[in-house]
Unconditional design. Structure first.
Length: 587
């Protein structure tokens, strides 16, 4: 057909009317791609479907008529006539001509075959020319007549009854004719359903409250469209075959899509499992206020001198779900401008019965004794020792560490004694009150800042300057006898004297710094999971700029400092659910 061919207006009107009729008659839509027509409107696909069924009915009727002709013209054979040829079977011809599923759904284009062209009426065709009718006069079936030459010929076969003409559509209001309810086409449509291929796929798992992208991949599938999201809340991008969205509810979902698989309509059932948000599985049970040594599940404090000193502690999820206690503790002390600033954090041993009390006893003991010890043993020597240390004078570092031993180490030793006394007062062993201890001290000096630290156990402290990326750790990695264990504050930790205990003392002199931080392992483990990570300046800069200070405004004028700090302590880290305590000192 040339590009210039145009249909007459009558054809266009007739097609429009026919399209309306098949739509109103609920003729099923065989789907895009039917008969290899891609992009054809649904109403015209329905017309093709009706024409297919009418043609199929016509073919079956012709085959049946041929079989009837053979039945009528073939006389019954006597039992003695063993030479009679076998009668052709109508069922065989029908099977050969019956359209299969491929012809119904457009796996190949429909091309009219000569086999189904309208035959010439049998009465006008010599019987011997029909290969299905015996030509041997001696074996002719049915009544015979004598010919002038004494032979026998078959009587004329009446022509097949023609197919009844379809009833004319009755005009309806609005000018749309109705299709007769019992037409051949409608009957064939009713009894010949459209074949639908069913496919099931399993999508990769999604997580509740997290963005999801999942591909629906089936070889040969085209034109997928989302029919039902199954309550998953996802949408479908037809161009990329991707399911997108953020599911908010966990569970198993069934998502249904429609498309064409190798030219056949296909229904796809996509199974999706949405894993619950781990945060939603945690519960927060209050601790027992009537229990011995109860303390709040979270705490916050703020002190100001030359530095802003802020600290907070929060019960871990592992304790919250069981309604047990916060074992961590902390304390701050600031002696005004020109004085010492002291920060202490402690982590009570989870296996110790009263570790929550042990951590508090240790912190209170250090804050009670250390400021006076610093004034007695360190302050008088700083004007001489700090310049000597900065000039590289031999022995200056040892002398500074010796003065810190008499203050920091002595205060920690006295805290261990206080724990023993507390245990004895309650008839318990000191091990029932086991705790770690980290102490940090800072004082302003003419050269800048004098900073020192001491610790027993895990967690850590460090001083950081993000401007030049410099870092000084103030604690010693402190493992116990076995992997995963730590050391605890007991008097036995000080039996080695200065040579042994002095290894736990660290100090630094800086003109400027960004922050000094002290943390229990509830923070150091998720944020700095290895000793090398804890000593990596780049990890600290990332922690400070990209994590902590993005959530917490560490300024003296921030009225929301407490809420921001406590909220940050609730960060999510899989597998890290211990108590969390952090102290921060900033200029």
């Amino acid at each position: 057909m040339s590009d210039g061919f145009k249909f007459s207006p009558l054809i266009l009107v007739a097609m429009k009317d026919l399209a309306d009729i098949v739509t109103q008659s609920n003729v099923p839509d065989p789907g895009d791609g039917y008969r290899d027509f891609i992009g054809l409107p649904a109403e015209y696909r329905r017309i093709l479907f009706v024409l297919d069924r009418i043609a199929s009915h016509s073919r079956r009727k012709r085959i049946a008529d041929r079989a009837a002709v053979i039945e009528r013209t073939a006389a019954p054979q006597s039992s003695s006539d063993s030479q009679s040829p076998a009668r052709p079977q109508a069922s065989t011809a029908k099977a050969a001509d019956e359209p299969g599923p491929a012809s119904m759904f457009g796996a190949r284009k429909y091309v009219p075959s000569e086999e189904f062209d309208e035959p010439t009426p049998p009465s006008k065709v010599p019987m011997t020319s029909d290969p299905q009718i015996p030509s041997d006069p001696g074996h002719a079936a049915g009544p015979t007549t004598n010919s002038t030459d004494g032979g026998s010929v078959l009587p004329p076969v009446p022509p097949s009854a023609p197919l009844p003409a379809p009833a004319a559509p009755v005009p309806q209001p609005g000018g749309v004719p109705a299709v007769p309810a019992h037409s051949a086409a409608s009957e064939n449509i009713a009894v010949t359903p459209i074949e639908t291929v069913k496919k099931s796929v399993y999508l990769k798992n999604a997580k509740a409250n997290e963005e999801y992208k999942g591909a629906v991949e089936i070889d040969g599938m085209k034109g997928l469209k989302l029919e039902d999201a199954g309550g998953s809340g996802l949408t479908f991008d037809e161009a990329s075959n991707l399911l997108n969205g953020t599911p908010t509810v966990s569970g198993d979902f069934v998502i249904r899509l429609q498309g064409l698989l190798h030219g056949k309509r296909a229904e796809v059932v996509a199974n999706l499992a949405v894993i619950p948000d781990p945060k939603s599985l945690w519960v927060n049970k209050d601790s027992d206020r009537s229990a011995p040594f109860w303390k709040p599940d979270e705490d916050f404090d703020q002190k100001e001198g030359d530095l802003l000193c802020v600290a907070a502690s929060k019960r871990g999820r592992s304790h919250a779900k069981d309604g047990t206690f916060r074992d961590d503790d902390f304390g701050l002390w600031a002696n005004g401008p020109g004085g010492w600033h002291v920060a202490v954090v402690a982590d009570g041993a989870g296996s110790a019965k009263f570790s929550r009390r042990g951590s508090k006893v240790a912190v209170d003991s250090v804050l009670r004794e250390l400021p006076l010890m610093l004034e007695d043993h360190v302050t008088p020597h700083l004007p001489k020792l700090v310049p000597a240390y900065l000039q590289g004078t031999p022995g200056a570092a040892v002398q500074i560490r010796s003065q810190l031993y008499q203050s920091l180490a002595t205060a920690a030793f006295n805290a261990a004694k206080a724990i023993e006394e507390e245990a004895a007062a309650h008839g318990e062993k000191a091990s029932a009150f086991s705790t770690t201890l980290i102490v940090g001290v800072v004082r302003k000096v003419p050269e800048g800042w004098f900073i020192a630290g001491f610790s027993v156990g895990d967690g850590g402290a460090a001083v950081l300057d993000v401007r030049d990326g410099s870092l000084t750790t103030l604690t010693l990695p402190d493992s116990g006898e076995f992997a995963g264990q730590t050391r605890f504050l007991h008097k036995s930790e000080f039996s080695g004297g200065f040579d042994d205990v002095g290894k736990r003392i660290f100090f630094d002199v800086r003109k400027d710094f960004t922050a000094i931080t002290l943390m229990t392992d509830g923070i150091s483990d998720p944020k700095f999971p290895t000793d090398s990570a804890f000593g990596d300046p780049s990890r600290w800069v990332e922690f400070w700029n990209g994590d902590l200070t993005k959530a917490v405004d560490l300024s003296r004028t921030n009225g929301e400092l407490k809420n921001q700090f406590l909220e940050w302590l609730d960060f999510w880290s899989p597998g890290n659910h211990d108590d969390r305590t952090l102290a921060v000192l900033v200029p």
